[in-house]
Design a protein around this ligand. Sequence first.
Ligand code: NAP
Length: 292
Amino acid sequence: MSVGAELRLAVVVLGASRGIGRAIARVAARDGNIVVLVARSPEDLAAAAAEIVGAGGEAFTIELDLASQDASSRLEAFLAAKGLACGVLVNSAGYGLRGAATSLPADEQLGIIDVNIRALADMTLRFLPGMVARRSGGVINLGSVAGFAPGPYMAFYYASKNFVRAFSTALHEEVRRFGVTVTCVAPGPVSTDFLEKSGADRAALFKVLPKLDADYVAHEAWQGFKSGRRLVVPGISSKLAAFIARILPSAMALRLIGRAQRRKRDPNPHRPETSIAAPARKPESAFGKPDA
Ligand code: NAP
């Protein structure tokens, strides 16, 4: 489809070099869309583009670190230079870290906010107004079942996905009257590199839950988005996990999730130098003096 005289609409996928994003890019291309693949790894991006072109589609790639502040302006400039506009935005880039927040490196945890929250919000704000003006298209945001509860020992990741769910849900309501859809996709564990990279694969919670296939999640996400859905929770096991997280009293959910994500032999939750030991003497008050 073309916009005005010169711009053609594309599906722009952030986090398209691997996993769920790459699978969504394939589904969108099969549906006849031009796709723009965004991530940091040049070889993986080239391989993802080759898959699409080999199947008769049209794909562009751009290497971008979404943690950088100018990522959205650079992406917009790239699209304009290629005669493209963002018709559908897919925010699939993201990462998580399992371990105690007090033990994990602070900068890597803060990076979760930069990529999972800031970049997602920035990209959405940059491209959603054009969709509203055109009265078409929308945004697919990758949330998670982790977005239905706080997650001890994966605190930043769960908090980021709570943001994604709340943000997407609110925007869905704001823009649906313009014929624009914002869909939050909230899967449980999916068989991608994410599980090993985040360390989630070593936690009991992720061991017991069945792993979804990335192509299945991509298909459900794309169909749900095209049907104008606000929330897509792919698969029975994810639906059950999301339901339980929503109905359990929060104190019980916290304890259950905390226990299921903590491992006694982890280097992380209980590194001696950073573990929170019981105080040897009476604790000081918030004002630095011992409590009376
Ligand atoms: P994945 O296989 O690890 O892929 C993550 C993608 O994000 C890669 O393409 C990676 O590309 C990109 N990315 C990460 N940091 C980036 C950065 N700073 N700049 C640009 N791109 C970046 O993970 P996945 O399983 O497909 O996860 C996709 C989304 O689904 C994430 O938001 C994740 O939280 C969510 N999710 C995953 C699961 C699961 O179990 N796998 C479950 C629920 C939700 P480069 O490394 O090449 O930059």
